[in-house]
Design a protein around this ligand. Structure first.
Ligand SMILES: [Zn+2]
Length: 279
């Protein structure tokens, strides 16, 4: 059997097996499209017969000759797949620029909003550049996660792959399944966009294991010009103190889009709070 025929046979199997394969893979219930695509039976590929008729590949009679083309539903399916594999929860999928409030907030919060928005709008132009990443730094609760989630959600809508990696939980998961470590780290290195949330969170120093994995991921992405989105309570200097290699690469990658969110002396004197949740 040649490669094409083999590929088509597997697609056809995929079409038949699909219901069981798709169960329980996602918490994104409201966005799941349960209706099957009539054109392709949700394989993403359509069989075109000699007379021009089209049908799902699984419906072609055995032995019948056909060519295959990508179904128009593929783009939608890709966006949905991107969403499912991102590990972004349904709650976070609601976070956008429109529902981020800047009225009456400190200057740093408004600047972070502008910077994140600009990064989002220019993403297609800057994605291959040396400086193609963004870092929002500062106290918890000032809106870093909301803004970076808004970026993620917009990118995913365009079909761009995003992976959400909350620092503490993500590192624990890596450590707890050493058998699968290589594969998981490979995904973190290669995914189109990686969002590391709350980098170096916690009072304790990161473990040598965590630092080693992180450096491998950041360095790969640095060398291959793959964007990262970073939120952290640490400043750039503090990131560098914890790990010079990691900190300096993040600095270089996110130089044009780094915001340290803190209050101006006037805001501090007026009793303004950076933390939205405390207001
Ligand atoms: Zn289709």
């Amino acid at each position: 059997m040649n490669h094409v025929a083999e590929g088509l046979r597997r697609l056809s199997e995929l079409a038949q097996n699909r219901p069981s394969r798709e169960q329980g893979t996602s918490s994104v219930v409201s966005l799941q499209d349960k209706s099957k695509c009539a054109e392709c039976g949700d394989t993403g590929w359509v069989a075109v017969l000699d007379d021009g008729a089209t049908m799902p590949i699984s419906s072609v009679s055995p032995g019948e000759v056909f060519s295959a083309r990508e179904c128009i539903c593929s783009e939608k399916r890709r966006a949905l797949r991107v969403l499912r594999s991102s590990r972004i929860t349904e709650e976070f999928q609601r976070l956008g620029f429109r529902n981020f409030s800047i009225a009456g907030r400190p200057q740093a919060v408004r600047i972070a909003y502008e910077v994140a928005k600009e990064y989002n709008d220019k993403f297609a132009e800057l994605v291959d550049d040396r400086c193609n990443s963004i870092a929002l730094l500062g106290r918890p609760g000032c809106g870093k996660t909301h803004l970076l989630m808004a970026v993620c959600n917009n990118l995913m809508r365009k079909g761009i792959e995003v992976l959400y990696f909350p620092w503490v939980e993500g590192m624990n998961e890596l450590r707890d399944d050493m058998d699968d470590l290589e594969r998981r780290v490979g995904v973190l290195r290669k995914v189109e966009v990686l969002y590391i949330d709350d980098l170096f969170k916690g009072r304790k120093e990161p473990t040598p294991f965590a630092l080693e994995q992180l450096f491998g991921i950041i360095n790969y992405r640095y060398l291959n010009h793959k964007p990262i989105l970073v939120s952290s309570e640490k400043t750039v200097d503090q990131l560098c103190e914890i790990d010079e290699g990691v900190g300096s690469r993040i600095y270089e990658m996110a130089r044009n889009y780094t915001v340290l969110m803190s209050l101006t002396p006037e805001e501090k004197a007026s009793g303004m709070q950076l933390n939205y949740r405390l207001r």
